[in-house]
Design a protein around this ligand. Sequence first.
Ligand code: F6P
Length: 362
Amino acid sequence: MSPTKTIGVLTSGGDCAGLNAVIRAVVTRAILGYGWRVLGLHQGLRGLMRRPVQFTPLDLQTATPAMARSGGTILGTTNRGDPFAFPMPDGSLKDRSEEVIEGYRMLGLDGLIGIGGDGSMAICRHLTQQGNIPFVGVPKTIDNDVGATENSVGYHTAVMVATEAVDRLQPTAASHDRVMILEVMGRDCGHIALAAGIAGGADVILIPEIPYDIDVVAAHITKARHVGHSFAVVVVAEAVRDKTGERSQLKHALGGTTYGGIGYVLGDAITAKTGAETRVTVLGHVQRGGQPTWDDRLTGSAFGVYAVDLIAEGKFDRLVAWQNRRVVDVPLTAAFEPTHAICADDVLVHTARGLSICLGDE
Ligand code: F6P
């Protein structure tokens, strides 16, 4: 390796708040700490697949505190286009991984930092093992489902947005004696729903990890409306199964499906069982955009600095993680084996039950 290294940084998967804080920390640490050059790769691995390769040299003029507090990612990202099964115009899937590896070599990079969720980390690991590329991963996702880390960048901002939504729904629920249903993201995990539901004071929280019984939910709402207040707020995670055992999916015109729609299924079922008037709010991508909270900026900054230090130490195939109030590094495979889901003895499950919040099962 050359004494003056050039490293690449990319963001991959769905965006979230705090990505720019990581990029800013990577650039600042690499330039001021080690005298290296940093190239920002466009749209995840796709920038390395394109010819010419798509990148921007990043310097200290770009890596400012203002950048750290901005939403989105200055590099662009994608959650479509796995290079091992890349969708081609004719509808077929093609393995284009060697083109990505070739793109990496064309830039003369000495290492790569990838900021992504569990899916992106699995792809990056496959690719960097195949291409013998020195790689360090930084976990980000509003879903907080990356294994081995207590926090992923973007999660806190999503919870803050969802909590504010509960705060805003409660007064309008009370004004109209309605049951308000808030559907939040989170993919197969209920971290956002559980945290925001407790913080906002929801009456019912439904998460994919705990199968719910509509009769239990209806009974809780009926009781709450008779003995307590005449309204209720329900927070439901998007991947909760409906009564048929199916997860509600939305089909998109350009292809692909995402979770969504369970809020409406639930609203109708609650009205049918309780006679209450329901209204549904689907929070959607509002949870991903906007300014990162202070803790996502902090986590992102700490992760970015640590990731560069790992490259300097020659420690590769690692994931930066937050554990027990420290930043640590773990094998990259820990990002996706297993998924960080909510378990039955989770402290927040215990907290919700202790606050008499219905989780749909008892
Ligand atoms: O993984 C992040 C996430 O926002 C999920 O919570 C959600 O299910 C999905 O991405 C939405 O994906 P898209 O950006 O393709 O709509």
